[in-house]
Write a protein that binds this ligand. Structure first.
Ligand SMILES: Cc1cc2nc3c(=O)[nH]c(=O)nc-3n(C[C@H](O)[C@H](O)[C@H](O)COP(=O)(O)OP(=O)(O)OC[C@H]3O[C@@H](n4cnc5c(N)ncnc54)[C@H](O)[C@@H]3O)c2cc1C
Length: 414
């Protein structure tokens, strides 16, 4: 799809993966594109995401993938179908970073990091004559004399404090959520859009750890240690994997996977009951049988060692029971299979991997245009969808960006 003369202008606000992808689609269609980013460089969270291995998407079939997103909005589904994991992997390969499928179906670029991909991508955007204006914070739009705002006149604050206006025919907002604000996405856009009457579901932490008030002894010995091969049950859902003891609480795969349920329970009831299975490979009966086999005079440490419980799991039993661990085999086995802990808070949003909430889908048309602000589209994590880790966050950020950019092109050309 190419746009005829006269050349239209597009402003993309936010230089994260969603903004840069929208810029690419718009520039390829012939629009004169400027990306405004308030940090000194673009893609900071993308680079941060790459530090632990950039899990860019997932290899499972698209129908299974769609079930991972909490918002079952038809426009999110359509966006994911319009730019699929297959398309994203082809896009990476075309940038010189073929992808591979890692354990549990997660997809990574060959270098495992975001650095090379971002470098190649910025070179491509440069070839497409996309202008990058860093150090420009979007503040909203110029007011119209008769009331309301003129969405073709963006108001931006430069890093030296001066205010400038920029003209554009269409705008894509890709401002991110509110997690890890030091890499740029600080959620300050919520006030600007709310004042214009746009409904925003409140921004909340997603894929986050939980706070636990560990004893000084426990955290001194085990802070930073992995709690390997456990199952974590919240309500009726169990997730297996490795958790991590931190000075502030618990992090890691199973905690993140359950964090939406934990957060929602805390919001409703003030707390959430977590249950750890410290030995998910054996049933309670099998554990009891092994415990019974020991010598009656065995110490608790010896009993736990005999059934293969790690030092950390044994210490966790002591920590969470106030050192009142039962020695009777059946009671001990049952505690190992369901060690309970009540948590009252998740990590704050600035330490979460992602953000739940955002611009409500009811405010958007099928092309992700804000209905009350014609010509303004939204993409990425600032839209009200939520998903677990596993590549789903970046996939939806890219997919919604492609949909928003195509929508902006249609808006100008139809
Ligand atoms: C530690 C960590 C690891 C992660 N790992 C993965 C992973 O492996 N796989 C995965 O799928 N996801 C991962 N994520 C999540 C993923 O990085 C995000 O979902 C994704 O970056 C969202 O893209 P976005 O473009 O919507 O927002 P962002 O990447 O947050 O970009 C938004 C941009 O907008 C800019 N901005 C904000 N306000 C303004 C303003 N007023 N004016 C101008 N610019 C503004 C910000 O500075 C920022 O550059 C991880 C996140 C974290 C924190």
């Amino acid at each position: 799809m190419a746009v005829d003369k006269p050349t239209y202008t597009a402003a993309v606000v936010g230089g994260g993966p969603a903004g840069l992808m929208a810029a690419e689609v718009l520039a390829k269609a012939g629009l004169a594109v400027t990306v405004y980013e308030h940090q000194r460089s673009v893609g900071r969270k993308f680079l941060l995401a790459g530090r632990g291995g950039l899990n860019i998407t997932h290899s499972e079939p698209i129908d299974a993938m769609l079930g991972r997103y909490t918002a079952s909005s038809p426009s999110l589904v359509a966006a994911l179908r319009a730019f699929t994991p297959h398309d994203l992997r082809a896009w990476c390969a075309a940038l010189g970073e073929p992808t591979f499928v890692g354990s549990s179906g997660r997809v990574f670029p060959a270098s495992f990091r975001a650095t090379r991909l971002l470098r190649a991508w910025l070179a491509r955007l440069d070839d497409l004559k996309v202008a990058l204006k860093v150090g420009h914070r979007w503040q909203g739009w110029a007011k119209r004399a008769g009331g309301g705002v003129d969405t073709r006149r963006l108001v931006l604050e430069r890093s030296d404090g001066t205010i400038v206006e920029a003209l554009s025919d269409v705008t894509i907002l890709a401002l991110g959520g509110a997690s890890w604000p030091r890499v740029g996405s600080d959620g300050r856009w919520v006030d600007t859009l709310t004042q214009l009457g746009v409904q925003i579901a409140s921004l909340r932490p997603a894929n986050c750890g939980v706070l636990v008030d560990w004893s000084a002894d426990f955290v001194g010995q085990f802070g930073g240690a992995p709690l390997k091969n456990i199952a974590l049950t919240v309500g009726t859902v169990s997730v297996r994997g490795d958790a991590m003891i931190t000075t502030a609480g618990l992090e890691g795969g199973p905690i993140y996977a359950q964090s939406a349920a934990i957060r929602d329970s805390i919001d409703r009831l003030g707390s959430c009951a977590l249950s750890f299975d410290l030995h998910p490979d054996l049933t309670a009966a099998q554990l009891t049988e092994r415990l019974v086999r020991g010598r009656p005079k065995d110490s608790l440490t010896a009993m736990l060692h005999r059934i293969g419980l790690s030092k950390l799991s044994a210490a966790l039993l002591r920590e969470l029971t106030g050192n009142q661990v039962p020695r009777q085999p059946e009671a001990l086995a049952s505690m190992i299979k369901s060690l309970g802990i009540d948590v009252r808070a998740t990590m704050p949003i600035d330490r979460a991997i992602s953000t739940a909430g955002g611009v409500a889908f009811s405010e958007l048309d099928d092309a992700l245009m804000i209905k009350r602000l014609p010509g303004v589209f939204v993409a990425g994590e600032m839209v009200d969808w939520e998903a677990p880790t596993g590549g789903y966050l970046l996939q939806a950020s890219f997919s919604t960006a492609v949909t928003a950019a195509r929508g902006a092109i249609d808006f100008l050309t139809l």
